[in-house]
Design a protein around this ligand. Structure first.
Ligand SMILES: [Zn+2]
Length: 511
Protein backbone atom coordinates (compact mmCIF):
# COMPACT_ATOMS: atom_id res chain seq x y z
CA UNK A 1 0.00 0.00 0.00
CA UNK A 2 2.90 2.33 0.62
CA UNK A 3 3.39 2.81 -3.12
CA UNK A 4 -0.01 4.49 -3.25
CA UNK A 5 0.89 7.04 -0.64
CA UNK A 6 3.69 8.44 -2.81
CA UNK A 7 2.63 11.30 -5.03
CA UNK A 8 2.39 10.23 -8.68
CA UNK A 9 3.32 12.58 -11.54
CA UNK A 10 0.52 15.07 -12.10
CA UNK A 11 -0.47 13.92 -15.61
CA UNK A 12 -0.79 10.25 -14.74
CA UNK A 13 -2.64 10.93 -11.51
CA UNK A 14 -5.21 13.20 -13.03
CA UNK A 15 -5.99 10.69 -15.79
CA UNK A 16 -6.42 7.81 -13.38
CA UNK A 17 -8.34 10.06 -10.99
CA UNK A 18 -10.72 11.05 -13.77
CA UNK A 19 -11.37 7.40 -14.53
CA UNK A 20 -11.81 6.65 -10.82
CA UNK A 21 -14.37 9.40 -10.43
CA UNK A 22 -16.42 7.88 -13.22
CA UNK A 23 -16.08 4.39 -11.73
CA UNK A 24 -17.11 5.78 -8.32
CA UNK A 25 -20.27 7.18 -9.84
CA UNK A 26 -21.06 3.86 -11.55
CA UNK A 27 -20.39 2.04 -8.28
CA UNK A 28 -22.75 4.40 -6.42
CA UNK A 29 -25.51 3.67 -8.93
CA UNK A 30 -24.90 -0.03 -8.35
CA UNK A 31 -25.13 0.43 -4.58
CA UNK A 32 -28.42 2.31 -4.94
CA UNK A 33 -29.73 -0.52 -7.08
CA UNK A 34 -28.62 -3.10 -4.50
CA UNK A 35 -30.36 -1.11 -1.77
CA UNK A 36 -33.63 -1.12 -3.73
CA UNK A 37 -33.20 -4.86 -4.26
CA UNK A 38 -32.45 -5.54 -0.57
CA UNK A 39 -35.50 -3.51 0.39
CA UNK A 40 -37.62 -5.46 -2.09
CA UNK A 41 -36.64 -8.75 -0.46
CA UNK A 42 -36.92 -7.65 3.17
CA UNK A 43 -39.17 -4.62 3.75
CA UNK A 44 -41.17 -3.59 0.68
CA UNK A 45 -44.96 -4.04 0.74
CA UNK A 46 -45.97 -6.58 -1.91
CA UNK A 47 -48.05 -4.20 -4.04
CA UNK A 48 -44.98 -2.07 -4.72
CA UNK A 49 -43.29 -4.75 -6.85
CA UNK A 50 -44.28 -3.46 -10.28
CA UNK A 51 -42.87 0.06 -10.05
CA UNK A 52 -39.89 -1.15 -8.02
CA UNK A 53 -38.98 -3.45 -10.91
CA UNK A 54 -39.00 -0.49 -13.30
CA UNK A 55 -36.91 1.61 -10.93
CA UNK A 56 -34.27 -1.07 -10.55
CA UNK A 57 -34.17 -1.63 -14.32
CA UNK A 58 -33.65 2.12 -14.85
CA UNK A 59 -30.70 2.22 -12.48
CA UNK A 60 -29.21 -0.94 -14.00
CA UNK A 61 -29.57 0.46 -17.52
CA UNK A 62 -28.07 3.79 -16.49
CA UNK A 63 -24.98 2.28 -14.82
CA UNK A 64 -24.47 -0.16 -17.72
CA UNK A 65 -24.71 2.65 -20.27
CA UNK A 66 -22.24 4.75 -18.27
CA UNK A 67 -19.82 1.86 -18.04
CA UNK A 68 -19.80 0.85 -21.70
CA UNK A 69 -20.03 4.47 -22.90
CA UNK A 70 -17.48 6.34 -24.99
CA UNK A 71 -16.30 8.44 -22.05
CA UNK A 72 -15.23 5.35 -20.10
CA UNK A 73 -13.29 4.06 -23.12
CA UNK A 74 -11.46 7.37 -23.56
CA UNK A 75 -10.59 7.67 -19.85
CA UNK A 76 -9.51 4.03 -19.64
CA UNK A 77 -7.24 4.28 -22.69
CA UNK A 78 -5.69 7.51 -21.47
CA UNK A 79 -5.02 6.03 -18.03
CA UNK A 80 -3.53 2.89 -19.58
CA UNK A 81 -1.08 5.02 -21.54
CA UNK A 82 0.24 6.88 -18.55
CA UNK A 83 3.62 5.49 -17.56
CA UNK A 84 3.52 5.85 -13.78
CA UNK A 85 0.71 4.14 -12.00
CA UNK A 86 0.63 2.81 -8.45
CA UNK A 87 0.19 -0.91 -7.79
CA UNK A 88 -3.46 -0.51 -6.90
CA UNK A 89 -3.90 1.76 -9.90
CA UNK A 90 -2.47 -0.94 -12.18
CA UNK A 91 -4.81 -3.52 -10.66
CA UNK A 92 -7.75 -1.19 -11.13
CA UNK A 93 -6.87 -0.67 -14.78
CA UNK A 94 -6.48 -4.41 -15.42
CA UNK A 95 -9.79 -5.37 -13.82
CA UNK A 96 -11.66 -2.45 -15.39
CA UNK A 97 -10.27 -3.38 -18.81
CA UNK A 98 -11.41 -6.97 -18.33
CA UNK A 99 -14.91 -5.90 -17.31
CA UNK A 100 -15.10 -3.32 -20.06
CA UNK A 101 -14.06 -5.71 -22.83
CA UNK A 102 -16.53 -8.29 -21.62
CA UNK A 103 -19.40 -5.81 -21.36
CA UNK A 104 -18.76 -4.31 -24.79
CA UNK A 105 -18.51 -7.64 -26.61
CA UNK A 106 -22.26 -8.09 -26.29
CA UNK A 107 -24.49 -6.19 -28.74
CA UNK A 108 -27.26 -4.26 -26.94
CA UNK A 109 -29.97 -6.11 -28.91
CA UNK A 110 -28.54 -9.44 -27.74
CA UNK A 111 -28.46 -8.32 -24.09
CA UNK A 112 -32.10 -7.27 -24.32
CA UNK A 113 -33.09 -10.56 -25.95
CA UNK A 114 -31.26 -12.55 -23.26
CA UNK A 115 -32.76 -10.50 -20.43
CA UNK A 116 -36.24 -11.01 -21.86
CA UNK A 117 -35.72 -14.77 -22.37
CA UNK A 118 -34.43 -15.17 -18.80
CA UNK A 119 -37.36 -13.29 -17.37
CA UNK A 120 -39.87 -15.40 -19.31
CA UNK A 121 -38.07 -18.63 -18.40
CA UNK A 122 -38.06 -17.61 -14.75
CA UNK A 123 -41.83 -17.13 -14.70
CA UNK A 124 -42.35 -20.40 -16.61
CA UNK A 125 -40.14 -22.18 -14.08
CA UNK A 126 -42.16 -20.91 -11.10
CA UNK A 127 -45.33 -22.26 -12.73
CA UNK A 128 -43.69 -25.52 -13.84
CA UNK A 129 -42.27 -26.21 -10.41
CA UNK A 130 -45.55 -25.39 -8.70
CA UNK A 131 -47.45 -27.76 -11.01
CA UNK A 132 -44.67 -30.35 -11.39
CA UNK A 133 -44.81 -29.84 -15.15
CA UNK A 134 -41.35 -29.96 -16.76
CA UNK A 135 -42.87 -29.91 -20.27
CA UNK A 136 -44.14 -26.39 -19.59
CA UNK A 137 -40.62 -25.19 -18.76
CA UNK A 138 -38.79 -27.09 -21.53
CA UNK A 139 -39.24 -24.66 -24.47
CA UNK A 140 -38.19 -21.70 -22.30
CA UNK A 141 -35.10 -23.55 -21.11
CA UNK A 142 -34.22 -24.47 -24.70
CA UNK A 143 -34.33 -20.81 -25.64
CA UNK A 144 -32.16 -19.79 -22.69
CA UNK A 145 -29.69 -22.51 -23.67
CA UNK A 146 -29.50 -21.33 -27.29
CA UNK A 147 -28.84 -17.79 -26.14
CA UNK A 148 -26.30 -19.02 -23.59
CA UNK A 149 -24.37 -20.80 -26.36
CA UNK A 150 -24.40 -17.53 -28.28
CA UNK A 151 -23.26 -15.67 -25.17
CA UNK A 152 -20.35 -18.11 -24.84
CA UNK A 153 -19.36 -17.52 -28.47
CA UNK A 154 -19.47 -13.75 -28.04
CA UNK A 155 -17.45 -13.68 -24.82
CA UNK A 156 -15.25 -16.70 -25.62
CA UNK A 157 -12.22 -17.01 -23.32
CA UNK A 158 -10.86 -20.44 -24.08
CA UNK A 159 -11.32 -23.63 -25.97
CA UNK A 160 -14.54 -24.89 -24.38
CA UNK A 161 -17.76 -22.82 -24.52
CA UNK A 162 -18.28 -23.58 -20.81
CA UNK A 163 -15.04 -21.69 -20.07
CA UNK A 164 -16.69 -18.42 -21.04
CA UNK A 165 -19.63 -19.07 -18.70
CA UNK A 166 -17.47 -20.22 -15.80
CA UNK A 167 -15.28 -17.15 -16.20
CA UNK A 168 -18.17 -14.87 -15.19
CA UNK A 169 -18.32 -16.43 -11.74
CA UNK A 170 -14.83 -17.86 -11.26
CA UNK A 171 -12.37 -15.73 -13.25
CA UNK A 172 -9.53 -17.77 -14.71
CA UNK A 173 -10.97 -21.18 -13.86
CA UNK A 174 -11.10 -23.64 -16.77
CA UNK A 175 -13.65 -26.35 -17.47
CA UNK A 176 -10.87 -28.94 -17.77
CA UNK A 177 -9.69 -28.06 -14.23
CA UNK A 178 -13.18 -28.42 -12.79
CA UNK A 179 -13.62 -31.76 -14.57
CA UNK A 180 -10.37 -33.04 -13.09
CA UNK A 181 -11.01 -31.79 -9.55
CA UNK A 182 -14.56 -33.17 -9.54
CA UNK A 183 -13.45 -36.56 -10.92
CA UNK A 184 -10.91 -36.81 -8.11
CA UNK A 185 -13.45 -35.73 -5.51
CA UNK A 186 -16.04 -38.21 -6.78
CA UNK A 187 -13.66 -41.12 -6.83
CA UNK A 188 -12.41 -40.48 -3.31
CA UNK A 189 -15.65 -39.55 -1.53
CA UNK A 190 -18.18 -42.02 -2.98
CA UNK A 191 -16.60 -44.91 -1.01
CA UNK A 192 -16.89 -42.83 2.19
CA UNK A 193 -20.55 -42.11 1.53
CA UNK A 194 -21.24 -45.79 0.84
CA UNK A 195 -19.56 -46.73 4.15
CA UNK A 196 -21.58 -44.18 6.10
CA UNK A 197 -24.86 -45.35 4.58
CA UNK A 198 -23.94 -48.99 5.24
CA UNK A 199 -22.95 -48.24 8.84
CA UNK A 200 -26.46 -47.10 9.67
CA UNK A 201 -27.30 -44.33 12.08
CA UNK A 202 -28.63 -44.65 15.60
CA UNK A 203 -28.29 -41.00 16.61
CA UNK A 204 -31.30 -39.07 17.89
CA UNK A 205 -32.26 -36.30 15.46
CA UNK A 206 -35.54 -35.51 17.18
CA UNK A 207 -33.66 -32.85 19.10
CA UNK A 208 -33.42 -30.75 15.92
CA UNK A 209 -37.17 -30.30 15.75
CA UNK A 210 -37.75 -29.37 19.37
CA UNK A 211 -39.28 -25.89 19.82
CA UNK A 212 -36.92 -22.90 19.76
CA UNK A 213 -38.74 -19.53 19.48
CA UNK A 214 -37.65 -17.34 16.56
CA UNK A 215 -36.73 -14.36 18.77
CA UNK A 216 -34.43 -16.54 20.86
CA UNK A 217 -32.88 -18.10 17.74
CA UNK A 218 -32.23 -14.63 16.42
CA UNK A 219 -30.62 -13.41 19.64
CA UNK A 220 -28.40 -16.47 20.00
CA UNK A 221 -27.26 -16.62 16.36
CA UNK A 222 -26.46 -12.89 16.35
CA UNK A 223 -24.58 -13.07 19.64
CA UNK A 224 -22.39 -15.82 18.23
CA UNK A 225 -22.04 -13.98 14.91
CA UNK A 226 -20.71 -10.95 16.81
CA UNK A 227 -18.59 -12.67 19.44
CA UNK A 228 -17.16 -15.59 17.45
CA UNK A 229 -17.29 -14.32 13.88
CA UNK A 230 -16.81 -10.57 14.24
CA UNK A 231 -20.11 -9.30 12.83
CA UNK A 232 -20.85 -6.14 14.83
CA UNK A 233 -24.17 -4.26 14.82
CA UNK A 234 -22.35 -1.01 14.02
CA UNK A 235 -21.85 -2.11 10.43
CA UNK A 236 -24.43 -4.81 9.83
CA UNK A 237 -28.03 -5.86 10.18
CA UNK A 238 -30.02 -9.08 9.99
CA UNK A 239 -33.47 -9.28 8.38
CA UNK A 240 -35.83 -12.03 7.29
CA UNK A 241 -36.31 -13.00 3.64
CA UNK A 242 -37.76 -15.95 1.72
CA UNK A 243 -34.29 -16.99 0.51
CA UNK A 244 -31.30 -16.07 2.67
CA UNK A 245 -28.66 -13.84 1.08
CA UNK A 246 -25.94 -11.31 1.83
CA UNK A 247 -25.55 -7.96 0.17
CA UNK A 248 -23.70 -4.77 1.00
CA UNK A 249 -23.65 -1.16 -0.07
CA UNK A 250 -20.12 -0.53 1.19
CA UNK A 251 -17.68 -2.50 3.31
CA UNK A 252 -19.21 -0.79 6.35
CA UNK A 253 -22.83 -1.49 5.48
CA UNK A 254 -23.43 -5.25 5.45
CA UNK A 255 -26.87 -6.78 5.18
CA UNK A 256 -27.59 -10.43 5.80
CA UNK A 257 -30.91 -12.28 5.85
CA UNK A 258 -32.17 -15.52 7.29
CA UNK A 259 -35.44 -17.40 7.80
CA UNK A 260 -36.78 -18.98 10.97
CA UNK A 261 -38.41 -22.34 11.56
CA UNK A 262 -39.34 -22.74 15.22
CA UNK A 263 -39.41 -26.53 14.75
CA UNK A 264 -36.03 -26.71 12.99
CA UNK A 265 -33.44 -24.34 14.41
CA UNK A 266 -30.46 -25.37 12.19
CA UNK A 267 -32.04 -23.45 9.30
CA UNK A 268 -31.61 -20.02 10.88
CA UNK A 269 -28.50 -20.72 12.97
CA UNK A 270 -26.31 -22.15 10.24
CA UNK A 271 -27.93 -19.93 7.61
CA UNK A 272 -27.07 -16.81 9.62
CA UNK A 273 -23.47 -17.91 10.19
CA UNK A 274 -23.14 -18.79 6.50
CA UNK A 275 -24.22 -15.31 5.44
CA UNK A 276 -21.98 -13.86 8.18
CA UNK A 277 -19.03 -15.51 6.40
CA UNK A 278 -19.97 -13.74 3.18
CA UNK A 279 -20.43 -10.45 5.02
CA UNK A 280 -17.10 -10.60 6.85
CA UNK A 281 -15.32 -11.14 3.53
CA UNK A 282 -16.77 -7.88 2.23
CA UNK A 283 -15.95 -6.18 5.55
CA UNK A 284 -12.31 -7.17 5.16
CA UNK A 285 -11.86 -5.66 1.68
CA UNK A 286 -9.37 -2.79 1.81
CA UNK A 287 -11.04 0.62 2.27
CA UNK A 288 -8.66 2.09 -0.31
CA UNK A 289 -10.60 0.10 -2.93
CA UNK A 290 -14.04 1.44 -2.02
CA UNK A 291 -16.46 2.55 -4.75
CA UNK A 292 -14.32 0.92 -7.46
CA UNK A 293 -14.70 -2.35 -9.39
CA UNK A 294 -12.05 -3.85 -7.06
CA UNK A 295 -14.15 -3.50 -3.92
CA UNK A 296 -15.78 -6.90 -3.70
CA UNK A 297 -14.89 -10.57 -3.39
CA UNK A 298 -12.58 -12.19 -5.95
CA UNK A 299 -15.10 -14.78 -7.13
CA UNK A 300 -18.17 -16.73 -6.07
CA UNK A 301 -16.00 -19.70 -5.13
CA UNK A 302 -13.73 -17.66 -2.86
CA UNK A 303 -16.84 -16.04 -1.37
CA UNK A 304 -18.42 -19.41 -0.70
CA UNK A 305 -15.22 -20.63 0.94
CA UNK A 306 -15.67 -17.96 3.60
CA UNK A 307 -19.34 -18.69 4.26
CA UNK A 308 -18.77 -22.45 4.37
CA UNK A 309 -15.84 -22.01 6.75
CA UNK A 310 -18.00 -20.16 9.29
CA UNK A 311 -21.03 -22.39 8.79
CA UNK A 312 -19.36 -25.81 8.69
CA UNK A 313 -15.69 -25.81 9.70
CA UNK A 314 -16.39 -23.61 12.71
CA UNK A 315 -20.16 -23.76 13.39
CA UNK A 316 -20.38 -27.53 12.95
CA UNK A 317 -17.18 -28.31 14.87
CA UNK A 318 -16.90 -30.08 18.20
CA UNK A 319 -14.82 -27.28 19.74
CA UNK A 320 -17.49 -24.75 18.81
CA UNK A 321 -20.25 -26.70 20.55
CA UNK A 322 -18.08 -27.33 23.59
CA UNK A 323 -17.59 -23.58 23.89
CA UNK A 324 -21.18 -22.52 23.09
CA UNK A 325 -23.36 -25.32 24.43
CA UNK A 326 -23.93 -23.50 27.73
CA UNK A 327 -25.20 -20.37 26.02
CA UNK A 328 -27.20 -22.43 23.57
CA UNK A 329 -28.87 -24.20 26.50
CA UNK A 330 -29.72 -20.82 28.04
CA UNK A 331 -31.30 -19.65 24.77
CA UNK A 332 -33.05 -22.95 23.96
CA UNK A 333 -33.80 -24.80 27.22
CA UNK A 334 -36.35 -27.10 25.57
CA UNK A 335 -33.90 -28.19 22.89
CA UNK A 336 -31.03 -28.61 25.32
CA UNK A 337 -32.91 -30.64 27.95
CA UNK A 338 -31.04 -33.91 28.46
CA UNK A 339 -28.49 -32.99 25.78
CA UNK A 340 -24.83 -32.03 25.88
CA UNK A 341 -22.28 -30.48 23.52
CA UNK A 342 -21.49 -33.86 22.00
CA UNK A 343 -25.08 -34.82 21.25
CA UNK A 344 -25.81 -31.48 19.57
CA UNK A 345 -22.53 -31.73 17.61
CA UNK A 346 -23.59 -35.19 16.51
CA UNK A 347 -27.13 -34.12 15.53
CA UNK A 348 -26.05 -31.16 13.39
CA UNK A 349 -23.63 -33.36 11.45
CA UNK A 350 -26.07 -35.92 10.12
CA UNK A 351 -25.12 -37.48 6.78
CA UNK A 352 -28.05 -38.63 4.73
CA UNK A 353 -28.52 -38.79 0.95
CA UNK A 354 -31.40 -36.47 0.12
CA UNK A 355 -33.13 -35.00 -2.90
CA UNK A 356 -32.71 -31.30 -2.26
CA UNK A 357 -29.33 -29.61 -2.73
CA UNK A 358 -29.78 -26.76 -0.26
CA UNK A 359 -30.54 -29.20 2.56
CA UNK A 360 -27.60 -31.50 1.82
CA UNK A 361 -24.86 -32.30 4.36
CA UNK A 362 -21.09 -31.91 3.90
CA UNK A 363 -20.59 -35.40 2.43
CA UNK A 364 -23.45 -35.49 -0.08
CA UNK A 365 -23.54 -31.82 -1.08
CA UNK A 366 -20.89 -32.00 -3.76
CA UNK A 367 -22.65 -34.85 -5.55
CA UNK A 368 -25.60 -32.53 -6.14
CA UNK A 369 -23.18 -30.10 -7.77
CA UNK A 370 -21.30 -32.69 -9.87
CA UNK A 371 -24.61 -33.91 -11.25
CA UNK A 372 -25.59 -30.39 -12.33
CA UNK A 373 -22.15 -29.67 -13.79
CA UNK A 374 -22.22 -32.87 -15.87
CA UNK A 375 -25.72 -32.12 -17.14
CA UNK A 376 -24.83 -28.53 -18.03
CA UNK A 377 -21.85 -29.73 -20.05
CA UNK A 378 -23.91 -32.37 -21.87
CA UNK A 379 -26.62 -29.80 -22.69
CA UNK A 380 -24.10 -27.23 -23.89
CA UNK A 381 -22.21 -29.76 -25.99
CA UNK A 382 -25.48 -30.97 -27.54
CA UNK A 383 -25.09 -34.50 -26.19
CA UNK A 384 -28.27 -34.18 -24.18
CA UNK A 385 -31.54 -32.58 -25.27
CA UNK A 386 -33.75 -30.58 -22.94
CA UNK A 387 -36.49 -33.22 -23.34
CA UNK A 388 -34.09 -35.89 -22.03
CA UNK A 389 -33.02 -33.79 -19.04
CA UNK A 390 -35.42 -35.12 -16.35
CA UNK A 391 -34.48 -38.76 -17.06
CA UNK A 392 -30.79 -37.91 -17.11
CA UNK A 393 -31.20 -36.09 -13.79
CA UNK A 394 -32.94 -39.03 -12.16
CA UNK A 395 -30.36 -41.52 -13.46
CA UNK A 396 -27.52 -39.49 -11.92
CA UNK A 397 -29.36 -39.07 -8.61
CA UNK A 398 -29.70 -42.84 -8.50
CA UNK A 399 -26.04 -43.41 -9.40
CA UNK A 400 -24.64 -40.94 -6.86
CA UNK A 401 -27.10 -40.88 -3.99
CA UNK A 402 -29.21 -43.98 -4.54
CA UNK A 403 -32.42 -41.97 -4.75
CA UNK A 404 -35.01 -41.31 -7.43
CA UNK A 405 -37.03 -38.10 -7.06
CA UNK A 406 -40.74 -38.82 -6.83
CA UNK A 407 -41.42 -35.70 -8.90
CA UNK A 408 -39.54 -33.25 -11.14
CA UNK A 409 -40.38 -30.51 -8.65
CA UNK A 410 -38.08 -32.33 -6.20
CA UNK A 411 -35.65 -33.16 -9.00
CA UNK A 412 -34.69 -31.23 -12.09
CA UNK A 413 -37.00 -28.26 -11.32
CA UNK A 414 -35.76 -27.58 -7.77
CA UNK A 415 -33.22 -24.80 -8.42
CA UNK A 416 -33.76 -21.28 -9.68
CA UNK A 417 -30.41 -21.08 -11.54
CA UNK A 418 -31.14 -22.48 -15.02
CA UNK A 419 -34.37 -20.55 -15.32
CA UNK A 420 -32.40 -17.36 -14.69
CA UNK A 421 -29.75 -18.25 -17.25
CA UNK A 422 -27.16 -18.96 -14.54
CA UNK A 423 -25.35 -21.78 -16.31
CA UNK A 424 -21.76 -22.31 -15.19
CA UNK A 425 -22.59 -21.07 -11.68
CA UNK A 426 -23.11 -24.35 -9.80
CA UNK A 427 -19.45 -25.49 -9.72
CA UNK A 428 -18.56 -22.46 -7.58
CA UNK A 429 -20.47 -23.96 -4.63
CA UNK A 430 -18.25 -27.04 -4.57
CA UNK A 431 -15.09 -25.11 -5.39
CA UNK A 432 -15.97 -22.99 -2.35
CA UNK A 433 -16.35 -26.09 -0.18
CA UNK A 434 -12.95 -27.41 -1.26
CA UNK A 435 -11.28 -24.04 -0.84
CA UNK A 436 -12.77 -23.52 2.61
CA UNK A 437 -10.81 -26.49 3.94
CA UNK A 438 -7.66 -25.79 1.93
CA UNK A 439 -7.50 -22.26 3.41
CA UNK A 440 -8.45 -23.50 6.87
CA UNK A 441 -5.62 -26.07 6.88
CA UNK A 442 -3.12 -23.48 5.65
CA UNK A 443 -4.16 -21.09 8.43
CA UNK A 444 -3.94 -23.85 11.04
CA UNK A 445 -0.23 -24.27 10.32
CA UNK A 446 0.16 -21.13 12.44
CA UNK A 447 0.24 -22.47 16.04
CA UNK A 448 -1.60 -19.48 17.51
CA UNK A 449 -4.45 -19.93 15.03
CA UNK A 450 -4.70 -23.68 15.64
CA UNK A 451 -4.77 -23.08 19.41
CA UNK A 452 -7.48 -20.43 19.01
CA UNK A 453 -9.68 -22.76 16.94
CA UNK A 454 -9.50 -25.40 19.68
CA UNK A 455 -10.93 -22.82 22.12
CA UNK A 456 -13.46 -21.45 19.60
CA UNK A 457 -11.49 -18.19 19.64
CA UNK A 458 -11.42 -17.23 15.99
CA UNK A 459 -9.80 -13.80 16.14
CA UNK A 460 -6.36 -15.07 14.98
CA UNK A 461 -7.95 -17.05 12.14
CA UNK A 462 -9.96 -14.03 11.15
CA UNK A 463 -6.90 -11.82 10.95
CA UNK A 464 -5.15 -14.43 8.76
CA UNK A 465 -8.14 -14.46 6.41
CA UNK A 466 -8.19 -10.68 6.26
CA UNK A 467 -4.51 -10.50 5.37
CA UNK A 468 -4.40 -13.45 2.97
CA UNK A 469 -7.80 -13.26 1.30
CA UNK A 470 -10.17 -10.43 2.20
CA UNK A 471 -8.07 -7.30 1.84
CA UNK A 472 -7.35 -7.81 -1.85
CA UNK A 473 -10.93 -7.64 -3.08
CA UNK A 474 -10.61 -8.28 -6.81
CA UNK A 475 -6.97 -7.15 -6.98
CA UNK A 476 -5.86 -10.78 -7.18
CA UNK A 477 -7.45 -13.59 -9.15
CA UNK A 478 -8.90 -16.56 -7.24
CA UNK A 479 -6.01 -18.68 -8.54
CA UNK A 480 -3.42 -16.25 -7.16
CA UNK A 481 -5.16 -16.01 -3.80
CA UNK A 482 -5.26 -19.79 -3.39
CA UNK A 483 -1.66 -20.27 -4.50
CA UNK A 484 -0.26 -17.48 -2.31
CA UNK A 485 -2.32 -18.31 0.78
CA UNK A 486 -1.91 -22.10 0.71
CA UNK A 487 1.21 -22.69 -1.39
CA UNK A 488 -0.73 -24.89 -3.83
CA UNK A 489 -3.35 -24.66 -6.54
CA UNK A 490 -6.91 -25.63 -5.62
CA UNK A 491 -7.42 -29.38 -5.22
CA UNK A 492 -9.77 -31.84 -3.50
CA UNK A 493 -7.04 -33.13 -1.15
CA UNK A 494 -7.73 -31.08 1.97
CA UNK A 495 -11.49 -31.49 1.70
CA UNK A 496 -11.31 -35.26 1.22
CA UNK A 497 -9.01 -35.64 4.23
CA UNK A 498 -11.29 -33.45 6.33
CA UNK A 499 -14.37 -35.51 5.45
CA UNK A 500 -12.61 -38.79 6.19
CA UNK A 501 -11.28 -37.63 9.55
CA UNK A 502 -14.53 -36.06 10.72
CA UNK A 503 -16.99 -38.70 9.58
CA UNK A 504 -14.86 -41.74 10.33
CA UNK A 505 -14.95 -40.46 13.90
CA UNK A 506 -18.64 -39.54 13.97
CA UNK A 507 -19.85 -42.77 12.40
CA UNK A 508 -17.28 -44.99 14.09
CA UNK A 509 -16.02 -46.31 10.76
CA UNK A 510 -12.89 -48.39 10.27
CA UNK A 511 -10.21 -45.92 9.18
ZN1 LIG B 1 -23.25 -18.71 0.13
Amino acid sequence: MTVDQMPAPAGAASTLDDLKRRLNLISDLGAAQSLLSWDQETQMPPDAARVRGLQMASLAGLSHQMFIGEETRVLLEAAEQSSTVSEIGADLLRVTRRDYDKATKLPTAFVEELTQARSEAHHAWIKARGENDFAHFAPYLSRVLDLTRRYAELTSQGDHPYDALLDDYEPGMKTSQVRQIFADLRERTLPLLRKIVAAGDAADYGVLSRPFPAAAQRAFSLKVAAEAFGLQPGFSRLDVSAHPFQTNFSADDLRITTRFDEQYFPMSLFGTWHETGHAMYEYGVGRELERTPLSRGASLGVHESQSRMFENLLGRSRAFWQRYFGEFAGAAPEVAAGQDAESIYRAVNRVQPSLIRVEADEVTYNFHIMLRFELELALLEGELSVAELPDAWNAKMQAYLGLTPPSDAEGVLQDIHWSSGLIGYFPTYSLGNLLSVQLFEAARRVPEIAAGIEQADYAPLHEWLRVNVHQYGRRRTPGQIVQDATGQPLSADAYVNYLFDKYTDIYGLEA
